[in-house]
Write a protein that binds this ligand. Structure first.
Ligand SMILES: *Cc1c(COP(=O)(O)O)cnc(C)c1O
Length: 386
């Protein structure tokens, strides 16, 4: 990382709002994933959709086998900035992007037999590896919005559709199988899913060369059952001779970043409410989408400490509220707050609703010193609108 002494600052002096990548934590996650890969022979890819902060791709390159992209732009980013394998899964590839996509991708995963027929032989002719995303039809979670096995899911081919429609020619195109059904889950959910996959897809497992277990594996979270994951991997390697890929997003940068924000004002309406310069709607959309209350440094849940306070954003949206927390001291204007676990699904999802400024991006080294990597301004707002 480029460092200039005159730009070195700490969490206390960064401009706000600002995302901060904790380089030490990020590298710890990457090292754990690398060790898993070394030990098992499984190949691990960064799911870019969770974390595309490319200044850290050189670090990721040291530990991972490549990246998994959602489409053309992420594939290009992987090819340009990470420079190892580039796998792509898209629910539907576009004809007008296909030729360029082939410049960057080496593994292409199709979501339907029709797409396989349109693009599969062209991919093979270009020397690419081709796979089909299957729907294991085995839900391991309660949240339908994150469940690709939920009723009427458009993600992955079901066994009945495959059996009805797949020709010998379709089957012959397949080098790999892909599934992605987990979200923030343990190895037990993977083990169950593999059972379902084996039950329905045995024949294909025996004829392809690789399988991709998708993402959603909470590998770098404390308490994750690594031995069970290793068993799952070796089972597929030994029974079917498959190369195993995993494409975690969250696990790569879990707990490896912050959102630093400042209290602008405090209002009162039954409770004390702080207005921050960071917005849930714009800068941490998963807080409203999932929804969840993100961890906040040096604060407790409501009522746990002496002074409770709702924290809200500076937009017009009534629901732009991050959550209720409590503090040892009463919050006041100018106080800095640090939201934890803000590297993933944040920078890649933020927006400029209400003309909000996008948070700056900084990196923090082992000593706690920060380097500002990027600041945004009016032109970033303007550029997207005309
Ligand atoms: C979202 C996604 C991932 C990454 O999921 P995480 O929960 O961030 O690990 C991997 N593969 C596919 C196909 C996805 O849609």
């Amino acid at each position: 990382m480029r460092r200039n002494w005159w730009t070195e600052v700490t969490l206390d002096t960064l401009p706000t709002p600002c995302y901060v990548i904790d380089e030490e934590r990020l590298e710890e996650n990457l090292k754990l994933l690398h060790a898993l890969s070394e030990e098992t022979g499984a190949k691990i890819l960064l799911a870019e959709k969770a974390f595309s902060c490319f200044p850290y791709y050189p670090m990721a390159r040291k530990y991972l086998s490549g990246a998994s992209a959602s489409g053309l732009f992420e594939a290009k980013l992987s090819a340009e900035k990470l420079g190892k394998q580039t796998h792509v899964f898209s629910p539907a590839y576009r004809e007008d992007e296909w030729k360029e996509l082939l410049l960057y991708a080496d593994h292409l995963v199709f979501n339907s037999l029709t797409q396989l027929r349109v693009f599969g032989s062209r991919a093979k002719a270009a020397g690419k590896s081709v796979a089909l995303r299957i729907n294991p039809e085995h839900s391991t979670q309660q949240e339908p919005i994150y469940d690709p096995c939920a009723l009427y899911s458009r993600l992955g081919v079901t066994k009945s559709v495959f059996d009805r429609d797949a020709s010998l020619k379709d089957r012959a195109l397949l080098d790999g199988l892909h599934f992605h059904t987990l979200c923030e889950q343990g190895a037990d959910a993977l083990a169950e899913t593999l059972e379902a996959v084996e039950e329905n897809w045995k024949e294909l497992l025996s004829s392809v060369q690789w399988i991709n277990f998708g993402g959603g594996h909470h590998i770098t979270k404390k308490g994750y059952d690594l031995p069970l994951l290793k068993k799952c991997i070796s089972r597929m390697q030994e029974r079917y001779g498959l190369t195993v890929y995993l494409e975690p997003g969250e696990a790569v940068a879990l707990n490896a970043g912050y959102l630093v924000t400042k209290v602008i004002d405090l209002v009162e309406n039954g409770k004390r409410i702080a207005i921050l310069d960071a917005s849930a709607a714009c800068h941490m959309p998963d807080v409203l989408e999932m929804p969840y209350v993100p961890p906040l440094r040096d604060a407790g849940g409501p009522g746990e400490r002496a002074y409770s306070c709702l924290l809200g954003g500076p937009t017009c949206l009534a629901s732009d509220v991050i959550g209720e927390y409590s503090f040892d001291q009463e919050l006041k204007a100018g106080d800095r707050l640090v939201f934890e676990d803000m590297a993933i699904y944040t920078m890649v999802k933020n927006n400029t609703f209400n003309g909000m400024k996008l948070p700056a991006i900084a990196g923090m080294d082992r000593r706690g010193e920060c380097v500002l990597l990027k600041e945004f301004g009016y032109s970033d707002f303007l550029d997207r609108l005309g």
